[in-house]
Design a protein around this ligand. Structure first.
Ligand code: C2E
Ligand code: CA
Ligand code: CA
Length: 544
């Protein structure tokens, strides 16, 4: 019984609802209670599960409020009242008393014996002024600042890959990172500057009277601190930088310029700072413009989208045995958007889901046309977000049946990173596909996205070695890339995983790759990606 009461799924979902809300549930039979993780952290409780809660919680309550609290709670347990509802002060981990509104109720069995006592505590004090986790000012406070007079500079900081940090080391660890960083920011910003927690992993330093150069320096110190942080794993931050009145004289303009700059910085390199400029503003306009046109294309039945195909050759026979489908998109007005550019926009907006279904169906349609005539296998790219969607597999299976395609001739290439929390799910989806006969490839092996870790966790049939390594093979004195590729290929052989080398542009690279023993070759040396009819010409020519 106690397990059922305390291990409730609803508890889990409510428990993370907000930083300001603390949840508890108590099994009255065993007198064991469970507290949401943020409660444990904020009040420094002895643990998530506490035996004999009543007297222990009492110690946290302000002595002046204890009588009131007791009176209310006794009424509930005696049956005189069915709801516990009162306001009192409780001591947090900083030894500060904060006002709480505590509401709870008792559930009893048929005989009237209390079974469960559960409730919610809400923080009342300064809710909008201070962030409860870091104690920094919130962005509501920043909105009140008058930017129309005076001058100064503002830094918007974001922690790189914070989602990954949270997923890998847990929610409480993520909180520690936020707290450590905010303490350092307060310390290092200087007394004339204001530090705000803007949202999630983003912080703002407002520095009236300062120049951008001064904040540049501060940013470097902050990054040094994060890289060498005591007691935590090192991480990095990126930043956007503006000055006023030059880049705006009101909160909204300055903020949106800061956000575009931070976004730009994060895309350049991690640990970068970007000063707002005309270029960043233009780039943002272009992204908005492309996004609008992409949405339009999707609504017009995917008008403007097309699949190109690039041949993949068997290293031994040098015959085309496979091809990769690559997405292209053009409109009468927009002719120059690269796949990297528009796919990123689709991924960020979530529209990659719809477009991904379209890509899958187009790839299968061509596979169906070509399988009998040329016995060729067709691969297509998916981001891992697509794979986590259960609908993806259902539609893939339905379409394969409808078109009567042999799943053995279909390969799914996973193009994007995936965090530890999702690996399990991913590996489950992969196994399901492999059982049905589909092939799975890990794309871009060797980049930050695809590495040995993933190889260990999910089973795959093919590994595609990233172009970066392949091209590096001919760089003067480069033994590292050679050693990496040799080892990867050997390891794959032992695991019965096939390998494809991407980005083969010269005979020289081809010869090196063949000697290493890579199974398949792909690159401009053989052909660029081409429209379907051109690809078919290639196949026909080869047959002849
Ligand atoms: P990718 O999956 O790594 O695809 C290989 C990219 O390398 C393609 O670029 C291809 O044209 C290019 N390439 C092939 N051989 C050579 C070579 O010898 N030299 C050079 N320099 N490049 C070569 P592309 O078509 O621009 O696609 C870029 C990326 O966009 C793809 O990288 C993939 O991550 C993504 N992508 C393309 N189509 C789709 C799609 O349908 N869905 C998803 N989710 N992503 C896609
Ligand atoms: Ca690919
Ligand atoms: Ca690739």
């Amino acid at each position: 019984m106690s397990k059922n009461i305390l291990e409730n799924e609803l508890f889990e979902s409510f428990a993370n609802a907000s930083d300001n809300i603390y949840i508890y549930v108590c099994d009255m039979k065993t007198d064991i209670s469970r507290w949401s993780k943020n409660t444990v952290d904020y009040f420094n409780l002895e643990g998530e599960y506490i035996k004999g809660t009543g007297p222990k919680w009492m110690e946290y309550i302000h002595p002046d409020d204890r009588a009131l609290y007791l009176k209310d709670i006794e009424a509930v347990f005696s049956g005189a009242s069915n709801r516990h509802s009162c306001q009192y002060r409780a001591k947090n981990k900083y030894n500060d008393y904060v006002w709480l509104e505590c509401k709870g109720s008792v559930i009893s069995d048929d005989e009237g014996n209390p079974l469960v006592f559960a409730g919610i505590m809400t923080r009342l004090d300064n809710q909008n002024k201070y962030d409860p986790l870091t104690h920094l000012l919130t962005n509501y406070e920043m909105q009140k600042y008058d930017f129309s007079t005076g001058s100064g500079a503002i830094l918007l900081l974001g922690i790189n890959s914070f989602r990954k940090i949270n997923n890998t080391h847990g929610f409480l660890y993520g909180n520690k990172v936020l707290i450590a960083l905010s303490e350092y920011l307060t310390q290092s910003a200087g007394k004339d500057n204001r530090v705000y927690r803007f949202q999630g992993d983003e912080f703002i330093i407002l520095s009236p009277g300062s120049s951008k150069e001064e904040l540049y320096k501060l940013f470097e110190n902050i990054n040094d601190y994060c890289m060498n942080i005591r007691g935590l794993k090192s991480f990095s931050v990126s930043a956007g930088l503006v000055s006023y009145p030059e880049d705006g004289t009101d909160f909204n303009t300055l903020l949106s310029n800061l956000e575009h700059s931070l976004e730009y910085a994060k895309e350049q390199t991690h640990g970068w700072i970007a000063e707002f400029s005309e270029k960043i503003s233009q780039r943002h306009l272009r992204i908005s413009h492309l996004h609008e046109a992409l949405t339009q294309s999707i609504h017009n039945n995917f008008e403007g989208f097309e699949l190109y195909f690039q041949p993949i050759l068997d290293t031994k026979t040098k015959k085309i045995t496979e091809c990769e489908s690559l997405l292209r998109w053009k409109t009468p007005e927009i002719q120059d958007a690269t796949p990297y550019e528009f796919i990123k926009i689709l991924e960020n907006s979530g529209e990659i889901r719809e477009v991904g279904f379209w890509v899958m169906e187009e790839a299968l349609r061509h596979a169906a046309m070509w399988q009998k005539k040329y016995n060729i296998s067709v691969s297509f790219n998916v981001s891992y977000i697509q794979l986590l969607d259960g609908e993806f597999i259902n539609r893939l299976i339905a379409k394969v049946q409808e078109l009567q395609v042999d799943p053995k001739l279909i390969m799914v290439e996973l193009t994007e990173s995936c965090n530890a929390a999702d690996t399990k799910m991913l590996s489950h989806q992969f196994s399901k596909l492999q059982e049905l006969g589909f092939k799975i490839a890990m794309d871009d092996f060797g980049t930050e996205y695809a590495s040995f870790g993933l190889l260990h966790d999910v089973s795959m049939d093919v590994l595609k070695i990233d172009q970066k390594f392949v091209r590096g093979l001919v760089r003067e004195g480069n033994r590292t890339d050679m050693a990496i590729i040799e080892n990867v290929v050997n390891m794959c052989r032992q695991l019965s995983i096939q390998t494809i080398a991407e980005g083969i542009e010269t005979e020289e690279i081809q010869d090196i790759i063949r000697k290493i023993g890579v199974s398949y070759l792909q690159g401009y040396l053989y052909s660029k990606p081409v429209p379907a009819h051109e690809f078919e010409q290639m196949l026909l020519k080869e047959q002849a």
